[in-house]
Design a protein around this ligand. Structure first.
Ligand code: SF4
Length: 336
């Protein structure tokens, strides 16, 4: 039976496929498996087709994350089984994700991961502990614990799920999936994913903006296009003119009046337009796209990168940042 027949004739498969995607968006989970293995199995390729037809970055990302989390849950359960009834071994999963040759078990129960494989999968993991500089690199291998290896595997699964998306979908299949696709679009609209970003967490900035911010703080001279990109980005995520001017202040080439004037202009306070930070394509054209990471492959705008990172951050973590920022502001007011 080919996919056209499946989507036309197998309502249960289409229903489960739609649920995988809708739950991924709403709950970050692919929902309960159904009793029929056949329906469960076929619903995966159909869900990928639905995601392709919806063709929204945020949908693809949530879906891939949810599928990877479910797969990781399953394989962690299997790896932990001591009754010999595991459906799959860690070695087999590593091989499946092309990591068989890159990972070597160590005597202490940990693993050594080849640096290239490590970088590929750790680059999208949050937390300083994943940065290569914080790892004891030994002869081209990075030591990791067993749970850390499973985190890397989860990233590998996510990458595999995203691979090739969006698919080119023939009309015959697309037409049959009109309804579920419209329903997923409604779910996306309900989530108000286009809400304004108003949280400032420099650790979650895209690599290009972190690079520009570091350059400013080091006192480097920034060309006009780079300065425009950073200022617009900072304004778009909610920094006030005063806060932006303060960031530039440490730079010896800084002229307060000119910086204030340019910032007000870019923020639309002294001009009719609030400028938006440049897209990734423009950043690349100007040589401002620096150190792109795995997430960069799935976004087309530095603001989308930041939004994705903020969406992934714990509310508690964001609250800590907000409090830290308010505390800094209060102490600055008290000093003044
Ligand atoms: S791909 Fe986009 S977000 Fe990522 S570093 Fe380049 S310009 Fe920045």
């Amino acid at each position: 039976m080919d996919l056209v027949e499946v989507v036309r004739e197998e309502d249960a498969v289409v229903e489960r496929a739609s649920e995988r995607v809708a739950s991924a968006i709403a709950d970050r989970d692919v929902g309960e498996s159904v009793a029929s293995d056949r329906v469960e199995l076929l619903s995966y390729p159909v869900a990928r087709v639905i995601v392709s037809l919806v063709d929204e970055n945020v949908c693809t990302r949530y879906y891939a994350e949810a599928e990877a989390s479910r797969a990781a849950e399953r394989f962690r359960e299997d790896f932990g089984r001591e009754d010999g009834r595991a459906a799959i071994t860690r070695r087999a999963v590593l091989r499946e994700f092309d990591l068989g040759d890159a990972v070597t078990p160590q005597r202490d129960g940990g693993f050594a991961v080849g640096v290239a494989a490590y970088l590929r999968h750790a680059s999208s993991l949050r937390g300083d502990e994943w940065r290569l500089v914080n790892r004891a690199l030994a002869v081209g291998d990075v030591p990791v614990s067993e749970p850390e290896l499973d985190d890397l595997l989860r990233e590998a699964v996510e990458e595999r799920v995203k691979d090739g998306l969006p698919l080119q979908v023939p009309d015959a299949i697309g037409d049959a999936l009109d309804e579920p696709v419209a329903s997923i679009r409604e779910t996306l609209a309900d989530l108000d994913l286009t809400r304004e970003i108003d949280t400032v967490v420099p650790d979650l900035f895209p690599p290009c903006m972190q690079h520009l911010l570091d350059a400013v703080q080091r006192g480097d001279h920034l060309p006009h296009h780079s300065r425009f990109a950073l200022t617009a980005f900072l304004g778009n995520i909610g920094l006030s003119t005063d806060e932006i001017v303060e960031l530039y202040e440490v730079n010896p080439g800084f002229g307060e009046e000119m910086t204030r004037y340019q910032t007000d202009h870019i923020k639309g306070e002294s001009s009719p337009t609030e400028y938006t930070a440049p897209s990734c394509a423009t950043m690349q054209a100007y040589g401002d796209c620096v150190n792109p990471d795995a997430l960069c492959e799935h976004i087309s705008h530095p603001l989308s990168y930041y939004e994705a990172k903020i969406d992934d951050a714990d509310e508690e973590e964001l609250e800590d940042w907000r409090e830290g920022r308010d505390g800094d502001e209060e102490s600055a007011d008290a000093d003044a």
